[in-house]
Design a protein around this ligand. Structure first.
Ligand code: MN3
Length: 240
């Protein structure tokens, strides 16, 4: 079995819908809400990608996307389930020595699961622009779409080590904010709801872009799914 067949077979075994490469979203996203992270028992689940692995070519190559989704995102889901189990064990014992260890692990793994789940849906294979209420909000808070995109690209490129650039809505202040997140969980702002996330861990780009993180971020700026960002903004507004 070659790699492509393996990927296809694995996807079928995982219950994925094999979509034509021009489809934007798998039906499961529409049927289950925008981000389905858990099953009915509260266990974290790893949803299939909402498109084929070659959908984001040439901006993001199929092999990187496959490895990233399967092993990096998939590993975080497994980790988060284990962390919860271990936290329960610690709580059921008399010994709290490992409480610190497993709560830190959960913060890392679950934040990774959440951010990756958002990331896949934030991308499309064609250029678009923010419109409607989201555009009005961007113009109010940043001046223009260009200024906002320049800001998120700059802070994404500048993250020290591994992390994410994030455009979020902050219900407490009723503002859009741009945040730098280190790893998956450091330097956040409490209550901020991520609308657009840019993964700048090396695993997101190294096969194709090598050490050129800046080129990867610039490429991603061409394929932001602004409809998805707008959908997330509408949902976040209800938290005000
Ligand atoms: Mn990643």
């Amino acid at each position: 079995m070659d790699r492509k067949e393996f990927i296809t077979t694995s996807a079928i075994l995982a219950g994925a819908t094999i979509l034509p490469s021009n489809s934007v979203f798998a039906e499961n996203i529409n049927n289950n809400g925008i981000d389905k992270l858990t099953d009915e028992n509260g266990n974290f689940i790893h949803q299939p990608l909402p498109y084929n692995t070659d959908y984001l070519e040439p901006f993001m190559d199929a092999e990187t996307l496959h490895l990233h989704h399967t092993f990096h995102h998939g590993g975080a889901v497994k980790g988060a389930n284990k962390d919860i189990e271990m936290i329960k064990k610690v709580m059921n014992s008399e010994d709290l020595t490992l409480a610190d260890h497993w709560t830190k692990k959960l913060s890392f793994h679950l934040s990774s699961h959440i951010l990756h789940s958002i990331f896949w849906t934030n991308l499309a294979n064609k250029k678009s622009q923010p419109t409607g209420d989201l555009l009005k909000r961007i113009e109010k808070d940043f001046g223009s779409t260009n200024k906002m995109q320049g800001m998120i690209a700059k802070i994404s490129k500048s993250i020290e080590g591994s992390g994410w650039g994030i455009l979020a809505y902050q219900p407490y202040s009723d503002n859009l904010v741009v945040l730098q997140c280190e790893n998956h969980h450091k330097l956040t702002l409490w209550g901020a709801v991520p609308l657009l996330v840019i993964d700048v861990w090396e695993h997101a780009y190294y096969l194709k872009y090598k050490n050129k993180r800046g080129d990867f971020v610039d490429a991603l700026m061409n394929i932001i799914n602004w409809d998805n960002v707008a959908q997330r903004y509408d949902i976040a507004l209800k938290l005000k």
